[in-house]
Design a binder for this molecule. Structure first.
Ligand code: NDP
Ligand SMILES: N[C@@H](CC=O)C(=O)O
Length: 428
């Protein structure tokens, strides 16, 4: 008999419980062992727990789980940092196998957790920590293990992709869509993690660790989320043939790992532009497989819970075959470089100016100097004295662009620089 303790009965935890219950026979046939869910840890014992058959397994006392020698596997689905980190470490020290969907912990403490697992002859699995229902960890760790990955470009956050898609479709504000994403169970406890791009940052760090056998520090990587993008940007981008997506990229450039997390304009017709709603999409470019694309639901109850179930099968097989020794070794700490500072890219710029010929001519002159950009004046044909201007630059390094932007900003008739968004290059 394999005994499991589940930490958390929220979106993913309750999904895990349901799949385990519905497919119990099937799972037991696969692992050739009885599976028993012995404890569920929650915070609030008074909360109604729909679908939970046996309420006696609920507890708010983690020590009851830790001190139970029969518990083989701890499934951490509470999220957040402190309590989850503590529970995972203590479980590993007690030789329990850990399964987690917690990308923040895996990204920030990869080496410590792997080392702790190794020292205690146990293992930690984290398939659901990146891209929800897409089996990208196993694809990189197993399928691509003998290949040489060169680049990964991805949409890795269901919440922000959902928000951008709905904003474009319904021309509504970001604020109106956030609550919807929370109600659907896509968003983190603190939605700032999604909107600010941090959730994506943790996920791309985990992929970098696995793809390049290195350990990267999320704090070293500049990261920008979707805040500040408006329906105007989505509409103007669309008129010019682009979608706006929050893109995470890793590029191996001359054996230096360059990472970027930023909204990008992606040409319609490109694979990642077709990934809408809560879906995530990942393109992996490697020496031998050349190009692999993955898409599927990047957040939500059942797809994410299924990824946890796939780890459960692997963990149970590990126990059955009695091979708990870790295959993953601590990775070498590696500096990372800002992908966007390295690249020469085209940029989309939206500015708001006073509707007067002098300002328009001055902006034209600044860009005409080096034949640097195409300008689109979005005259809304009203009597308003404001004029939105969209600028699409030729390829330029961002530090050079910043100097030009400073010149534009200093013009008397320029009111605001609303947004500067890179345009994603197509990988050839
Ligand atoms: N939501 C999604 O689509 C996805 C989430 N993830 C990750 O999965 C994890 C869980 O997310 P999600 O299911 O959305 O989270 P929820 O907020 O829906 O659920 C959290 C659960 O954990 C319990 N909990 C929280 N803190 C504690 C604590 N200190 N002690 C005991 N129990 C606690 C809560 O208890 P109570 O019910 O009593 O409040 C609740 O049952 C996170 O790491 C998240 O990043 C990964 C992929 C997708
Ligand atoms: N908040 C995350 C949940 C899954 O990891 C997301 O929206 O992708």
């Amino acid at each position: 008999m394999i005994n499991i303790a589940l930490l958390g009965y929220g979106t993913v935890g309750s999904g895990f419980y349901e799949i385990l219950k519905n497919n119990k026979n099937k799972l037991e046939n696969i692992v050739k062992e009885k599976i028993n869910l012995k404890h569920i840890l929650i915070q609030d014992l008074t909360k109604k727990r729909e679908n939970l058959a046996d309420k006696s397994i609920l507890t708010d006392d983690f020590n009851k789980i830790l001190m139970d020698p029969e518990v083989d596997i701890v499934v951490e689905l509470i999220g957040g940092e402190q309590a989850a980190y503590q529970y995972i470490k203590e479980s590993l020290v007690k030789n329990k196998i850990v399964i987690t969907a917690n990308k923040l912990l895996i990204a920030k403490h990869y080496n410590q957790l792997m080392t702790l697992a190794e020292h205690n002859d146990t293992h930690i699995y984290f398939e659901a920590s990146v891209a929800g229902g897409i089996p990208i960890i196993k694809a990189i760790r197993d399928h691509l293990a003998g290949d040489n990955i060169q680049e990964i470009d991805a949409i890795l956050n269901g919440t922000t992709n959902y928000i951008l898609s709905i904003m474009e479709e319904k021309t509504i504000s970001m604020k109106e869509t956030i609550q919807e994403a929370q109600e659907l169970g896509y968003a983190e406890q603190d939605p700032e993690e999604d909107l600010g791009g941090y959730d994506v940052l943790y996920k791309i760090c985990i992929l970098a660790n696995l793809a390049f056998d290195i350990s990267v520090n999320p704090e070293d990587i500049p990261c920008k989320g979707i805040k500040g993008i408006t329906s105007y940007d989505l509409i103007y981008a669309s008129e010019l043939g682009y979608k706006i997506k929050l893109i995470a990229s890793i590029k191996n450039i001359n054996n230096k790992i360059n990472i970027g997390v930023r909204p990008n304009l992606v040409e319609k017709g490109e694979y990642l532009a077709s990934i809408d709603g809560v879906f995530n999409g990942i393109e992996v470019f490697s020496q031998y497989s050349q190009k692999l694309s993955f898409d599927g639901m990047g957040a939500g109850k059942y797809p994410s819970a299924n990824a946890v179930i796939s780890d459960l099968i692997e963990a149970a097989k590990t126990i059955k075959e009695n091979k708990t020794k870790l295959e993953l070794n601590p990775l070498e700490k590696t500096p990372t470089f800002d992908l966007h500072a390295y690249l020469e890219q085209s940029f989309y710029i939206r500015i708001q100016i006073e509707k007067d010929d002098q300002t328009i001519n001055q902006i034209k002159e600044i860009f005409a100097e080096k034949d640097l950009a195409e300008l689109f004046f979005k005259d809304n044909k009203t009597e308003t004295p404001l004029l939105p201007v969209i600028i699409i630059t030729k390829k330029i390094k961002e530090d050079k662009l910043e100097k030009i932007i400073e010149k534009i900003e200093s013009l008397k008739g320029v009111l605001t620089i609303n947004n500067i968004i890179p345009i994603k290059d197509t990988v050839s």
